[in-house]
Design a protein around this ligand. Structure first.
Ligand code: ATP
Ligand code: MG
Ligand code: FE
Length: 342
């Protein structure tokens, strides 16, 4: 079964082709492309919705043809189109979903609408197989930070989430306070190497609260005051920048790792998936492996390129719907706000 995946929910235009076997639930990725608009948006310090839609409109049609050519597949061989239907920016979603609907009509192919976050949380399956159910997923991206209990495909319970900023947003906003370009996560991570995590004494918010929720807006404020009290960012030498970056990264990662492992133990589901853009962070990965191993929790990570937005995860999620016996719905719409809870 050949599935074309399309992703345009935010600032990445992406197309992928996954070939799966509905009898076994296994398969492989045949081709994929991602075009990031990051440079276009960087000069505005964040994603500009109208610009994003226009860029998707330009990039998507040639990319679909190019990915099909890469896999040497004509449209006649495609069985399904899986497209991100939400959540995300309305205009951006409409480009992908309208294209998918039109291609579906022209080539007589059914369309599977996919929840973007479901794509992120199933992404480790692209590297082989999904962990045994139930498992816990920490979804950490630019717009979300949540712990989800997965009891099966389509059976998701949100057991913890951020009460304010997302972890990726905290990376991005803190990076901005240090004068680093957008997106800040990778910039902070790069700078943090060789930094002293403890120097600025940044807080680790909500760590000692006995729940599975997160809060990151206070950390950003703490960074702002720490910079101010140290004489402003202009007075920072390279080592001070490194120490601050290491402090930001260390605080965010420690909270994420400890709460995720706690969630696995509390839910009696000792299998943990970390997905979303922040899951590409190497410090997060190594801290996680260390703690999880000592607590008997199995860790499953998607390939770093499948942590940030991509279409392989959308094609794969579409395939898992089919494997779970679901089919293309008759009626559906692009849904900018769409909860994952089922
Ligand atoms: P959502 O999926 O919630 O709609 P999004 O699509 O913008 O949001 P992703 O593309 O999954 O999010 O992730 C982008 C976020 O990941 C940004 O906030 C970015 O700073 C962060 N990020 C990417 N790489 C790293 C890294 N190595 N370390 C820390 N953060 C990172
Ligand atoms: Mg993105
Ligand atoms: Fe995303």
């Amino acid at each position: 079964m050949i599935i074309v995946g399309i992703e345009t929910s935010c600032d990445e235009t992406a197309v992928a082709i996954y070939e799966g076997d509905v009898a076994t639930g296994k398969g492989e990725l045949l081709a994929e492309q991602v075009a990031s608009q990051i440079e276009t948006h960087a000069r505005f310090g964040g994603v500009v919705p109208e610009v994003a839609s226009r860029e998707h409109l330009l990039a998507l049609p040639p990319m679909v043809e190019s990915v099909l050519a890469e896999a040497s597949l004509p449209w006649s061989r495609v069985d399904y189109i899986a497209v991100t239907a939400g959540p995300g920016l309305m205009g951006a979603l409409l480009v992908g979903t309208s294209y998918a609907r039109a291609a579906g009509l022209v080539h007589n192919i059914p369309v599977l609408p996919v929840h973007h976050m479901e794509g992120h949380l199933l992404a480790p399956g692209l590297a082989g197989a999904l962990p045994e159910f139930p498992f816990i997923t920490l979804l950490v991206s630019g717009g979300h930070t949540m712990l989800v209990r997965v009891d099966g495909i389509g059976s998701y319970s949100v057991i913890g989430e951020t009460v304010d900023d997302a972890a990726g947003e905290c990376f991005d906003k803190s990076a901005r306070l240090l004068g680093l370009p957008y997106p800040g996560g990778p910039e902070v991570a790069l700078l943090a190497k060789g930094g002293d995590r403890k120097r600025f004494g940044l807080p680790r918010p909500m760590l000692n609260r006995d729940n599975l929720d997160f809060s990151f807006s206070g950390l950003k404020t703490a960074v702002m005051y720490a910079v101010k009290n140290a004489g402003g960012i202009e007075s920072f030498d390279l080592q001070a920048m490194k120490d601050m970056a290491a402090g930001i990264e260390g605080s965010i990662c420690e909270v994420l790792v400890k709460k995720s492992v706690r969630a696995c133990l509390r839910e009696d589901a000792p299998r943990l998936v970390i997905a979303g853009g922040v899951a590409a962070n190497q410090t997060l990965r190594s801290m996680l492996f260390k703690l999880a191993e000592s607590k008997g929790v199995e860790v499953h990570l998607p390939h770093p390129k499948h942590c940030t937005d991509n279409a392989a995860m959308i094609a794969y999620a579409g395939f898992q719907h089919l494997f779970a016996g679901r089919n293309a719905p008759e009626e559906w719409d692009a849904t900018p706000r769409w909860t994952l809870q089922t």
